[in-house]
Design a protein around this ligand. Sequence first.
Ligand SMILES: Nc1nc2c(ncn2[C@@H]2O[C@H](COP(=O)(O)OP(=O)(O)OP(=O)(O)O)[C@@H](O)[C@H]2O)c(=O)[nH]1
Ligand SMILES: [Mg+2]
Length: 191
Amino acid sequence: MPDTNALAASVKILVAGGFGVGKTTMVGSLSEVTPLRTEELITEMSSGVDDLSGVEAKTTTTVALDFGRITIDHNLVLYLFGTPGQDRFWFLWDELARGALGAIVIADTRRLENSFAAIDYFERRGLVFAVAVNCFDSAPVYTPDEVREALDLDAQVPVVLCDARDRASSKTVLMTLVEHLIHRATAAGVR
Ligand SMILES: Nc1nc2c(ncn2[C@@H]2O[C@H](COP(=O)(O)OP(=O)(O)OP(=O)(O)O)[C@@H](O)[C@H]2O)c(=O)[nH]1
Ligand SMILES: [Mg+2]
């Protein structure tokens, strides 16, 4: 019996965004394998540097990457790479972004500015991305268009509201990105 997985396209997707927006949570909710995590305790060095407002219960932070995998169908397997959120790990981004086809940028409406740098990074490199607004319980609710305006995004960038803890919700975000990637590739005449 042939191994159909061997025929599937493997695509690398980044899950990025500012400190504590829910990147590790989203990779974990999406992954069909136990996700690889590189969490370390947040140290005193973080105080005054990382904005913990809204995620005061958070005790750990990603120090290298998150890794997970999700099979969309027998043609497509996505490998998910979550980035670290602290600024001191920016040096890892080029390595993590290498070979990626697209990215999800997670944003928290209480601290939208935390995700500016990730958006700027992908815009400058021309990497296709979608924005996922992680709707924390205490966060102000804005429409996708309001978020688009606040983040000064191009009209074609998809903006989706989500709950990063919920697999179905995170999968909707991922499928929005995949459809956006396919749409872009088709428009560019790539088959
Ligand atoms: N209420 C609520 N809490 C969430 C949600 N997503 C994540 N959390 C919590 O928010 C905190 C931050 O989540 P992480 O997934 O660690 O965030 P991160 O973006 O990976 O953080 P860094 O790697 O440190 O940048 C954790 O305590 C999560 O349990 C959400 O949708 N709603
Ligand atoms: Mg993390």
